[in-house]
Ligand binder design. Structure first.
Ligand code: ATP
Length: 247
């Protein structure tokens, strides 16, 4: 199956507020797909509905062909979906490495090619991968998470999500509140994570930076998809560039 994730006619309501009004999204395996749009467009509601944190009113969320809409979040994590949340929500009182290990709570031992791999071996291997993506986290592994800079905390949030070995990584506004150089760094690591075989769905207001790394993007406007396309499709649309990319 080429699409790891397919969203069909998704609707989300908060009482009388219709946040998402029947959208369709496809995420091909091994790609980076973005949901772009202004404040209040419905991006966060959509991504939170995939991870089970926001209730779906109607429609389907097909993950590897199975409808996971409204399953409890822990079951969705077990299926291979992990979100790095907006605002990061790392555990400030724990060290960097303890935060990463919390991300691995759902990991179990497994058998690959007839060989048993223990839980600890799996966690150690993934921790190595996370430290390779983010060497600064290894340097700071014994430090309290609260003492990290904003960019390092964002790296920790992404690293923690990777520790669950997800098939698809959901990123909610990874650039939020960060300086341009830090954003550039984090986005190039996100691209590397994709090149190593992960599928990524990213929600962003920073359309310009995001379009540099994505394979395909959807632009949301008040709960509907206004348009979608590759970065070059979207960048050749003057109306869109003026509305979302500051001309
Ligand atoms: P932002 O980037 O500001 O988070 P967004 O595109 O992610 O924007 P959502 O956060 O999904 O948009 O919000 C979509 C709409 O739903 C907005 O009108 C918002 O006010 C409303 N909304 C979101 N969460 C709730 C909630 N818990 N209760 C009521 N209304 C909500």
């Amino acid at each position: 199956m080429n699409n790891i994730l397919e969203i069909k006619n998704l609707e989300i309501d908060y009482g009388i507020v219709k946040a998402v009004k029947g959208i369709n999204i496809e995420v091909p395996r091994g790609s980076i797909v973005a949901l772009l749009g202004a404040n209040g467009a419905g991006k966060t509601s959509t991504i939170r509905s995939i991870s089970g944190m926001t209730k779906v009113k109607a429609g389907e969320i097909l993950f590897n062909g199975e409808n996971i809409a409204n399953l409890p979040p822990y079951k969705i994590v077990q299926k291979g979906i992990m979100q790095s949340p907006e605002g990061r929500l790392i555990l400030q009182g724990l060290t960097v490495e303890e935060n990463l290990l919390v991300g691995a709570y759902s990991i179990k031992s497994c058998v690959i090619d007839g060989e048993k791999i223990s839980r600890n071996q799996r966690i150690k291997k993934t921790l190595r991968e996370v430290y390779n993506y983010f060497p600064i986290l290894e340097k700071r592994k014994k430090q309290q998470a609260a003492t990290l800079s904003g960019g390092e905390q964002q790296m920790l949030a992404i690293g923690r999500a990777l520790m669950a070995e997800p098939e698809i990584l959901l990123l909610d506004e990874p650039s939020l509140g960060l300086a341009p150089l830090v954003i550039k760094d984090i986005f190039s690591i996100i691209k590397k994570i994709k090149e190593d075989g992960k599928t990524i769905l990213i929600v962003e207001q920073n359309a310009r930076q995001t379009l540099k790394i994505v394979d395909y993007a959807y632009v949301l406007e008040v709960g509907k998809i206004k348009t979608s396309g590759t970065a070059s499709d979207l960048l050749s649309n003057d109306e869109l560039v003026n509305a979302y990319l500051g001309g």
